[in-house]
Design a binder for this molecule. Structure first.
Ligand code: SF4
Length: 121
């Protein structure tokens, strides 16, 4: 599954340069204008930003950092608790995430051992 950014976001920008897949955007409009999608998310706390006030993560590019790092880098650097969380509506197996990482980064080495323990399967 990809991660999503909850309404706890303070738009500090700490996550943006850390993403190895360029999956994070400053706001919903920027993301969608480039042709990327946001999942339906969930209701309430788990929703993507309904407007352009906070950052978003597109499921088209997020691999939970699988293939690059041992844990999601956006969540690791975020100063706010429960801001970058797993999207419960978009489960993806580690094999799918590794394949996505390879397709997104044809010029980078993708490490099969870099799989976050939070991945569902
Ligand atoms: Fe980017 Fe990793 Fe965060 Fe996904 S989990 S948005 S790939 S930094």
């Amino acid at each position: 599954m990809s991660l999503l950014i909850t309404k706890e976001c303070i738009a500090c920008a700490a996550c943006l340069p850390e993403c190895p897949n360029e999956a994070i955007f400053e706001n919903r409009s920027d993301c969608e204008s480039k042709g990327y999608h946001l999942t339906d998310g969930d209701t309430g706390q788990l929703s993507h930003a309904p407007d352009d006030t906070i950052y978003v993560i597109t499921s088209d590019r997020c691999t939970e950092c699988v293939g690059h790092f041992d844990e999601p880098q956006c969540a690791a650097v975020c100063p706010v608790s429960d801001c970058c969380i797993s999207d419960p509506t978009f489960p993806e197996a580690s094999s799918v995430l590794l394949e996505k990482a390879r397709k997104l980064n044809p010029d980078k080495a993708i490490d099969d051992t870099k799989v976050w323990s939070g991945v569902r399967s």
